[in-house]
Design a protein around this ligand. Structure first.
Ligand SMILES: [Zn+2]
Length: 402
């Protein structure tokens, strides 16, 4: 007998569970390995054939159209942030698994197969950039690039995946004709408005600017203050200026300086290199670009005055991505037929469905997050909303496969 979606979510939430009821399943960790194994086990037991590609993306195909070369992709990610919630990513994979396996078990014949996917390193918590597996799948990144990404201890993603046994050599082997992803909203729009289903039309633009402030190492005791080239001081100045600049911007900007890496990372050596990860988001990509440019112009002379240099480690612009208009229409139609309230909306956050939109019609469906909280152990989607999302995905897969 099949677990229902809620029971399945509970089983996965136990893998990498944190004491505060959150989840920590970083890419390539033993917990990621355990979640992958359980996913593979359940999918195989329900009749799927499995393959894992060169960067660890997992494909579980239910042969709803034996002999056909086409498939519908449906999935999300099983990796999490260090302070992850239990539904972010897992819901999309497990709702897809429930829906696809149920349609397969019914024995109906369809025009397309159904492939449930677990994309590698969606979160980008351990290895940056994020959306890694789906972006390799679309050809945006090469597998070599992705496998060579290193965490802060110097372990590469390739080494980490090999360690848990998920450095595969398989390929999907089918031609995907549409991609669908169910995800918790990670924002408060649906929760605040009391709407049950979100049909995502497009994403906000984002500029990700990773800057290294470069000074020189010296003893924190004897080195004369005037002779120091303190990269940590430069980073502190830049972060303060960043917040001041973004606050002064007109319009709807969301921003953060959320990660910092100091070298040599010793309390009694003046920091020689400090890398800070800045992000700027707005519905309009040009506004992100311009705000980032103004920030760079503002800090450049001030950092130089501290005797430090700025190296641009990455400067990535991700313009707002358009999702499939047919997928939006289908989401709204299915929700209405199931008696659920639904709305079209934008997404602020990045998702695998956005990466996949570069190469195929891609659809992203949201269910509410209570309080809009995510990347937090307190992230919560109510059971009724989880079931609604699962029902919508199942009906969408039925129609897309037909
Ligand atoms: Zn996610």
């Amino acid at each position: 007998m099949q677990d229902d979606l809620i029971a399945l979510l509970d089983r996965f939430a136990a893998i990498g569970a944190t004491p505060d009821k959150g989840v920590c399943r970083l890419t390539g960790s033993p917990e990621d390995g355990a979640a992958r194994q359980l996913f593979a086990q359940i999918a195989a037991a329900r009749g799927a054939s499995l393959s894992t590609d060169a960067v660890g993306n997992m494909f579980a195909t239910f042969a709803t159209a034996p002999g056909a070369q086409s498939t519908i992709l449906c999935g999300s990610h099983l990796d999490s942030q260090p302070t992850g919630g239990r539904f972010d990513g897992s819901l999309g994979v497990l709702a897809a698994l429930e829906a696809a396996s149920a349609l397969y078990a019914e024995g109906g014949r369809y025009a397309h197969n159904l492939t449930v996917v677990n994309w590698t390193n969606e979160e980008g918590a351990r290895f940056q950039p994020s959306l890694t597996g789906s972006s390799v799948f679309t050809g945006k990144y090469t597998a070599e690039f992705a496998l060579g990404l290193r965490d802060r201890l110097g372990v590469s993603m390739g080494e980490a995946l090999a360690q848990i046994g998920y450095l595969g050599d398989g390929a999907l082997g089918l031609t995907p004709v549409h991609n669908v992803e169910l995800h918790v909203e990670q924002g408060g729009h649906l929760d605040e408005t009391g709407v049950q289903i979100g049909a995502v039309t497009a994403s906000w633009g984002v500029r990700k600017l990773t800057l290294s402030f470069v000074g020189a190492p010296s003893h924190t005791g004897p080195t004369a203050m005037a002779k120091r080239r303190d990269a940590m001081r430069a980073a502190a100045l830049a972060i303060t200026e960043f917040h001041a600049q973004m606050e002064a911007e007109p319009g709807q900007l969301h921003w953060s300086a959320a990660k910092i890496v100091a070298e040599p990372d010793s309390p009694n050596v003046v920091a020689s290199r400090v890398t800070v990860y800045f992000e700027i988001r707005n519905p309009d990509q040009r506004i992100c670009t311009e705000a980032g440019d103004r920030f760079m112009a503002a800090i450049t002379p001030a950092i130089a005055a501290l005797g430090c240099a700025i190296e641009i480690a990455t400067d990535e612009a991700r313009p707002g991505t358009q999702l499939s208009p047919e997928g939006v229409a289908l989401t709204l139609e299915v929700a209405a037929e199931l008696g659920l309230s639904a709305t079209d909306m934008l997404t602020i956050t990045g998702h695998d469905a956005l990466a996949l939109a570069a190469v195929m019609p891609s659809t992203l469906v949201f269910v509410p997050s209570v309080g809009g909280l995510s990347h937090s152990p307190q992230e919560l989607t109510l059971p009724e909303d989880l079931r609604n999302g699962g029902a919508v995905i199942r009906e969408m897969l039925r129609r897309l496969a037909s």
